[in-house]
Design a protein around this ligand. Structure first.
Ligand SMILES: *Cc1c(COP(=O)(O)O)cnc(C)c1O
Length: 380
């Protein structure tokens, strides 16, 4: 099946009792058993729920994976992956990461004796300097949040495989429509479903997709034992959101390109980060592993203080100043004080998260209104 068909149908059958086309919201915590253990595969909703099951099968299909697991947030999904590790294990990850990933690695799992190496993946060969017998996991985010760096998933996957290390890719920024890491050699794909997959800024959810049965069983054990699983209403909302994922992504990419082109030569703009430009550092790899370049763009404002930056960030009329991304509505974010506020100043500035950086999540509104809004906000 092709992507658009999977987005609408995967994991979903007309309801066997009523014929309902939409998967019902099975708002139940528990299930009747004819005698102990004699049930229909559902026992207790922390572990299994039919609405969530339909969603998980759909999520797996979108990433060309066998298994999907939904979590009550992206961080819940990340937490479950990290719980595969033991004290003494080592993780190699990027030096430009979502702030919450950096925070859970350094403030939670480092305390349990797991060692993290934050490195540049610009040249994947760099990984070899950090791999040793304790290395268990490579955690990649691409494109990165917020500076849109591109990591060559296939090249990293090869090195991971040679060294018997699992590769996890946080695919949130690309969405499954633009990039499928498992096809490129990743073992696990992680998503903040909150973003493009949900797409309507009304649900917080996370997911893992993978092929390996043994790994799936370990992760399902953690998922059920630790219990960060989403409820049926949220599962339903995401199933509904996914039905337009392909349509939304096309529009995000189209508007993203026009906004990026508008900003590129704007006199108020210093640097611009968008992998679609031919002279962007990751362009060739992005072209190879992604189907298009998405609607996430970051810019620095030329000669702007923190105060100037705040003033511009607060003067938009169509873009809303808010955390998060990937919804139908356009958002603007100030990474240094909002999404990446938990990263120390010296660490974030090294990778370009400076005080004058603004991140745009270009939505699917009419492009004329978006460009008009950018024009007035940048030239007050
Ligand atoms: C938002 C985000 C997360 C965390 O997901 P939540 O759903 O907010 O818990 C992880 N990675 C990236 C790239 C994100 O943008």
């Amino acid at each position: 099946m092709k992507f658009a068909t999977k987005a609408i149908h995967a994991g979903q059958e007309p309801d066997p009792t009523t014929g309902a086309i939409m998967t019902p919201i099975y708002q139940t915590s528990t299930y009747w058993q004819a005698s102990p253990g004699d049930n229909k595969g559902f026992e207790y909703s922390r572990g299994t729920n039919p609405t969530r099951k339909a969603l998980e099968d759909c999520l797996a299909a979108l990433e060309n994976a066998k298994y999907g697991l939904a979590f009550s947030s992206g961080m819940g999904a990340t937490d479950a992956v990290m719980k595969l590790l033991q004290p003494g294990d080592e993780v190699i990850t990027g030096d430009d990461l979502y702030g919450g990933s950096y925070r859970i690695f350094t403030k939670i799992f480092a305390n349990y004796g797991i060692k993290f190496h934050f490195i540049s993946f610009a040249d994947p060969e760099n990984i070899r300097k950090y791999v040793n017998e304790n290395t268990k996991l490579i955690w990649v985010e691409t494109p990165t949040n917020p500076t849109m760096q591109i990591v060559d998933i296939e090249a990293v996957g090869k090195i991971a495989n040679e060294n018997n290390v699992k590769l996890v890719v946080d695919n949130t920024f690309a969405s499954p429509y633009l990039q499928n890491p498992i096809d490129l050699g990743a073992d696990i794909v992680m998503h903040s479903v909150t973003k493009y997959i949900g797409g309507h800024s009304d649900v917080v959810m996370g997911a893992l997709m993978l092929n390996d049965e043994e790994l799936y069983k370990k992760l399902w054990f953690i998922y059920n034992a630790c219990g960060a699983t989403p409820g049926p209403m949220d599962s339903f909302l995401v199933l509904r959101g996914i039905k337009t994922l392909h349509l939304r992504m096309k529009a995000h990419c189209e508007n993203g390109r026009k906004v990026a082109e508008f900003l590129k030569d704007h006199p108020k703009v210093g640097k611009i980060y968008w992998p679609g430009f031919e002279d962007a550092p990751g362009h060739a790899v992005a072209k190879k592993q992604m189907r298009d370049f998405g609607g996430m763009i970051s810019i620095t404002l030329k000669d702007a203080t923190l105060e100037d930056t705040f003033k511009i960030a607060s003067s938009f009329k169509v873009f809303s100043l808010a955390e998060s991304l990937g919804g139908v509505e356009s958002l603007i974010n100030h990474p240094a004080t909002m999404t990446h506020g938990s990263i120390p100043k010296e660490v974030r500035e090294k990778v370009g998260v400076v005080d004058s950086l603004l991140r745009l999540s270009v939505g699917v509104e009419d492009i004329d209104d978006l460009l008009e809004d950018l024009k007035q906000a940048l030239n007050p």
